[in-house]
Write a protein that binds this ligand. Structure first.
Ligand code: SF4
Length: 388
């Protein structure tokens, strides 16, 4: 007898939770998800300060400072730099009472929502809520139940959302004994915390189940996505320096987003957190989930290239960093394939010998000398912006 072929994991995942049929016109994100045929998991909506997370709200991009939170000026400066690069929610570490006391002054200097990240010390979480944090991130598995009840009471009073942040590096002993460090252990730990919060009558929560192991993290999120409708914060933790962080995040976060899982995300990079934002938006743009900022199409160059294409790309990238409005810019090494390969671009340059052809939507417009590439491109982009 012929056996039915096994369902792929994606098909199983899609069958286990309700999805939004993405509707036209809700916002940019929804329209582009429809283009990409992504059926987003239906999650409930929570609010972190002015940003709504979940449902069919845009997938929010977060980052975390690496300044000493007690140094208000340095922390405010870094959060504002993160915001200029596109960060929509900032998180700060709260290692002690002095860091909690810095929160009101930090809030005064920034305009995006602020999340306080607390490990172990319930009192710091309670005080962070009282001091105006828009959200807190805790791992309830590391805190006594009665103290969690106090945190929940305070969060309810202040209408502050809580991220339950489960991490493969800090799982409860009994779960480790039963499941080892695994997707199942992450999932069970998150579920346990969800039950605790629900028993306490608090549902303004989002969940993260992070690991530095990409397949483990993907599987853990799939499991929790099928079991609850709370919004999910995606991330690969301890992802390393730029290249590893970009690859691991694109895979881990990208696989989940492509399956419709995830409501907010952070790309973790060892180094300047500002470098996380271009990676985060590149992932969202590549999946056609959010059309924001400058998408730069550039060729790898070959023996036909007679301009300094790498230098041009680097200058244009810098000039357009942190841009909000979407634009696709093609920077190609030659006119042989350049315009054709980048026909979808809003604007672009295809190099020649000491000059380049400026084109818009794949149509050649004018010749530009190599020394004028950057100013001419930026001027043309400004005109396009003014037209739209
Ligand atoms: S666009 Fe031209 S220079 Fe660039 S890789 Fe293709 S053929 Fe080579």
């Amino acid at each position: 007898m012929r056996k039915e072929p096994p369902l792929c994991k994606l098909a199983i995942a899609r069958r286990t939770y309700p999805c939004y049929k993405i509707s036209k016109g809700k916002d940019e994100s929804a329209r582009h998800m429809e283009e990409a045929s992504i059926f987003r998991r239906k999650s409930r909506i929570i609010r972190i300060g002015s940003v709504r997370i979940g449902g069919d709200e845009p997938i929010a991009v977060q980052s975390m400072t690496n300044t000493d939170t007690r140094n208000v000026a340095a922390t405010v400066a870094q959060i504002n730099a993160l915001e200029r690069a596109g960060c929509e929610i900032a998180r700060v570490a709260i290692p002690d009472a002095d860091a909690v006391r810095a929160l009101p002054d930090i809030k005064k200097g920034i305009s995006i929502p602020l999340i306080a990240d607390i490990h172990f010390h319930a009192q710091l979480a309670i005080d962070a809520v009282k001091n105006g944090a828009d959200g807190i991130r805790i791992n309830p598995g590391n805190m006594a139940k009665e103290r969690i009840a106090e945190i929940v009471r305070t969060a309810k009073e202040h209408q502050t959302a809580v991220r339950i942040g489960v991490n493969a590096g800090s799982l409860q002993k009994d779960l480790l004994a039963e499941y080892g460090v695994s997707a199942r252990a992450l999932y069970e730990s998150a579920l346990r915390s969800v039950s605790l919060f629900e028993d306490l009558g608090f549902e303004q929560i989002k969940l993260s189940l992070k690991s530095s192991d990409v397949p483990m993290m993907v599987e853990a999120y799939r499991l929790i996505a099928a079991a609850t409708d709370y919004p999910l914060h995606l991330g690969v933790t301890e992802a390393g320096t730029l290249v590893d962080a970009a690859v691991k995040s694109a895979l881990g976060i990208g696989i989940l987003l492509a399956e419709g899982i995830g409501d907010t995300l952070r790309v973790s990079v060892t180094g300047d957190p500002v470098s996380e934002l271009p990676i985060a938006y590149s992932i969202l743009r590549a999946l056609k989930i959010r059309k924001v900022g400058a998408e730069i199409i550039s060729c790898p160059t070959c023996g036909r290239c007679e301009i300094d294409l790498a230098g041009l790309v680097s200058q244009v990238e810098q000039a357009l960093a942190g841009r909000k409005n979407y634009i696709k810019v093609a920077l190609m090494g030659c006119v042989v394939n350049g315009p054709g390969e980048a026909a979808e671009a809003d604007i672009g340059i295809a190099g020649g010998r000491g000059f380049g052809m400026l084109f818009k939507k794949g149509v050649a417009c004018k010749k530009v000398e190599e020394k004028d590439f950057v100013p001419v491109l930026l001027e043309e982009i400004r005109s396009l912006d003014n037209e739209s």
